[in-house]
Design a protein around this ligand. Structure first.
Ligand code: NAP
Length: 284
């Protein structure tokens, strides 16, 4: 049974457009129920061009915080009063917290979620051990590149269909990042410790990425941020080749944990199977 909403219920949520498919309400509300916290987590779909008005209406403590997803991650950063260094480096925010004095703080937990997912599903993966290839040059890729460089990766190769976008990301994140065209992915895979797909290719209904994973060392880890399907064509190919794999659902759950802490002041309880619940929801 759902716990009652009271006069003390803490409110947080996710804003995206569209947002109805988001698994974040399921994850956060399961943690809230298991932790016995008087809180609720809901989804908002503000007009794509009125996000700032939407956020202004929440200033001053109406809500504890918001996760932010496509297409609002960049505008969320630009309207915040305080920006964390990792959000600055990623040039995008997936977390806004609201102070009672009206200020809004922007943070980015995507990179931390990515590294945590790697640590859980590919134990021993060390970002410092060698170059990493990141496929894509959108917001998700930039967050990954920033987190990998901050974690000590000696080089991050940004491999993208539109080379100019990869060059722009490499230029913005600074030393250690290089841009490569997608049709030269084989060369970019030489000697990598990991390949991370941060494009939307492979998502159900979208074409799969055609990249020569066999050019990666046998020890390389292959990670896909796409989690619908859970085993993307890229991960299936990686498994065929005997590479270790990391899925996007683990990243989604791990990026949610620091948000939950920011909203409700507690760590998510470990004894609730949010991954199993999310997998059931993905199959429906
Ligand atoms: P985005 O800003 O729209 O960027 C999309 C990227 O994908 C671009 O680099 C684009 O290349 C590339 N791309 C799209 N279709 C392609 C294709 N058919 N072949 C090659 N490249 C293609 O999106 P985003 O915000 O970065 O998100 C990317 C993906 O990551 C989404 O599927 C998102 O759901 C996922 N994601 C997952 C998590 C998680 O927690 N698991 C977190 C964040 C994001 P061009 O530059 O050439 O157009």
């Amino acid at each position: 049974m759902k716990p009652p909403i009271t006069g003390r219920t803490l409110v947080a949520g996710v804003a995206g457009q569209p947002v109805a498919h988001s698994l974040s309400p399921l994850i956060h509300n399961a943690w809230l129920a298991a932790a016995g916290i008087d809180g609720v987590y809901v989804a908002f779909a503000p007009d794509a061009d009125r996000f700032e008005v939407f956020v202004d209406g929440l200033r001053g403590g109406a809500i504890r915080g918001l996760n932010v997803t496509i297409p609002f991650k960049e505008v969320a950063l630009s309207i915040a009063d305080v920006v964390s260094p990792r959000a600055q480096k990623a040039a995008a925010a997936n977390l806004l917290t609201f102070e009672t004095d009206g200020r809004v703080t922007a943070d980015n937990t995507d990179g931390a979620g990515l590294l945590m997912a790697m640590a859980i599903q590919a134990p021993g993966f060390d970002p410092k051990a060698g170059p990493v290839a990141v496929l894509g040059a959108g917001g998700a890729a930039r967050g990954a590149v920033a987190a990998l460089l901050t974690a000590g990766a000696p080089q991050v190769r940004i491999v993208n269909r539109t080379l100019a976008k990869a060059e722009a990301v490499a230029g913005a994140v600074g030393l250690g990042a290089v841009a490569c065209p997608l049709d030269a992915a084989g060369r970019a895979f030489d000697g990598v410790t990991a390949v991370i797909n941060a494009t939307s290719a492979g998502l159900t209904g979208q074409p799969a990425l055609d990249v020569p994973l066999e050019a990666t060392p046998e020890t390389a880890v292959v990670m896909d941020m796409v989690y619908k399907p859970l085993e993307t064509p890229l991960l299936a190919r990686a498994r065929q080749l005997g590479r270790r794999t990391v899925d996007g659902l683990e990243m989604l759950i791990r990026q949610a944990a620091p948000s939950f802490e920011a909203f409700y002041g507690a760590t998510p309880p470990a004894d609730v199977d949010v991954r199993g619940m999310a997998l059931d929801a993905l199959e429906r």
